[in-house]
Write a new protein. Structure first.
Length: 450
């Protein structure tokens, strides 16, 4: 059977694959695994129940799933602290800030509105290891005793949740944004309110767009996966920069004053150099995935910064950050992690730090981003019957070696199976777009023929 948990929690079409019944069972199982060692509270010494922070993005199905999750938590004897519509990194922070035993975020991030997801954070707001997720999945089918009477869990709302998170953001960033005009695309998602509030509190003049969620319009032609409207708005308003978040606001991409996109690689380079100059970049190391452009590696080498490379996915970035005690890591998609300020990627925090670098240096974002010269990249997804077997086939490996010899250090080729589909992804970076396309097409043809 396929594993229930994917690379970022449990996801599916809401009320179809991801049903309220499934949500209720997940919640109860999570209490048995994550709440088994609830710590005594000074204000509740007599009866100790696990405490769980529950947040969601504004998609309509989140209301349904929140109700089911809270029912499952209470039925298993846990108290639910509902924090409402907040970003995913806010749930991670609030799990630690409220001293909760674990947290739950209901969101499908940048996915379309019909989808939804359930993501758990352990004590302290950390993502769960695979074996812990497996234990929760196994516990879903195990018999469980249900508490009764005074031992049944309770539900309460936390009206101060957003303010706590905003104070955390303000305390995490030194630079003021006075004098900057910023267009902020909230993706009609979880950052629609908190994002503009955070940037305004830091002194910026904010022009919000796509910040009016109605439960149905999240990620609909907006946010970090659809930057064209933000680009036009930056030019229209003569703004210093634009910032785009995704549905749950754990990502941030940017647009400079000329309307050009500043992707996650460029943002990481800007922040890495900033932290390097301030002596805050541990061991002068930046952590990035294999998907980061070769241009980032060249820029970091010239700045005296080493790049540690991980597999695709924020969990691998987090693992490397923790194991090495490093200070900065992230993905080309704009998912940036700064461990000193949070346990997971935080799009609003990233936006504050990026805009802070612009303000503190008095340098245009376009000029800061120019440190990275992006090599042309071609990505071809090849449908196959057995992605793992095809990826290691002799003919495919021979084709990769021929491509590497042709690039001769002036580019790179990456071939990897998709994490979720029967696809092999062929990615080539080269000195010209024509070279990247030609090499990628030749290798993809070999992959398709296996």
């Amino acid at each position: 059977m396929a594993r229930l948990f994917g690379t970022d929690g449990v996801r599916g079409r809401a009320n179809d694959q991801l049903t309220p019944e499934l949500a209720l069972r997940l919640a109860s199982a999570a209490v048995s695994v994550l709440g088994a060692h609830a710590n005594p509270r000074r204000d509740d010494v007599a009866r100790v129940r696990p405490r769980v922070v529950v947040g969601r993005d504004p998609r309509a199905s989140g209301e349904l799933l929140e109700a089911a999750l809270c029912a499952g938590l209470a039925a298993a004897g846990a108290d639910a602290i509902r924090v409402g519509v907040v970003p995913t990194p806010a749930v991670a922070f609030l799990t630690a800030d409220y001293g909760a035993d674990f947290g739950v975020m209901i969101s499908a991030s940048h996915n379309p509105m019909p989808d939804n997801g359930i993501k758990f954070f352990g004590a302290g707001g950390h993502k769960l290891a695979d074996d812990v997720e497996d234990a929760i999945e196994a516990a879903m089918d195990a018999p469980a005793e249900r508490p009764t009477g005074a031992d049944v869990g309770r539900l309460r709302d936390a009206p101060d949740a957003e303010e706590r998170y905003l104070r955390h953001l303000a305390a995490s960033v030194d630079a003021r944004l006075d004098g900057l005009t910023i267009v902020v695309d909230g993706a009609n998602g979880a950052a629609s309110a908190v994002g503009p509030h955070a940037y305004e509190a830091a002194g910026a003049t904010v022009i919000p767009i796509h910040s009016d969620p109605d439960g149905l319009n999240i990620n609909d032609g907006c946010g970090s996966t659809h930057l064209d409207v933000l680009q036009a708005a930056v030019l229209e308003h003569g703004a210093d920069l634009g910032l785009a978040h995704d549905g749950d606001a754990d990502r941030c991409l940017a647009v400079d004053s000329t309307g050009a996109v500043v992707d996650g690689d460029m943002i990481m380079a800007i922040l890495a150099i900033d932290m390097h100059e301030r002596g805050e970049l541990t061991d002068n190391v930046l952590v990035a995935t294999v998907m980061s452009n070769l241009g980032l590696h060249i820029a970091m080498r010239e700045a005296g910064i080493d790049v540690k490379v991980t597999g695709v996915g924020d969990r691998y970035v987090l693992e490397e950050l923790r194991s090495g005690g490093y200070a900065l890591g992230g993905e080309q998609s704009g998912h940036i992690v700064i461990p000193a300020a949070g346990t997971t990627g935080d799009g609003v925090l990233t936006g504050l730090m990026l805009a802070g670098r612009v303000a503190s240096t008095g340098t245009r974002l376009a000029d800061l981003a120019a440190v990275v010269t992006v090599l042309p990249q071609e990505l071809i997804n090849v449908p196959v019957s057995d992605k793992h077997a095809v990826a290691v086939a002799d003919t495919v490996q021979d084709a990769v070696r021929v491509a590497e010899a042709e690039l001769d250090g002036s580019g790179r080729i990456l071939l990897r199976p998709s994490g979720t589909e029967q696809l092999v992804r062929v990615m080539v970076e080269a000195g010209t777009a024509d070279d990247a396309r030609g090499i990628a097409e030749r290798v993809a043809a070999v992959v398709a023929a296996v």
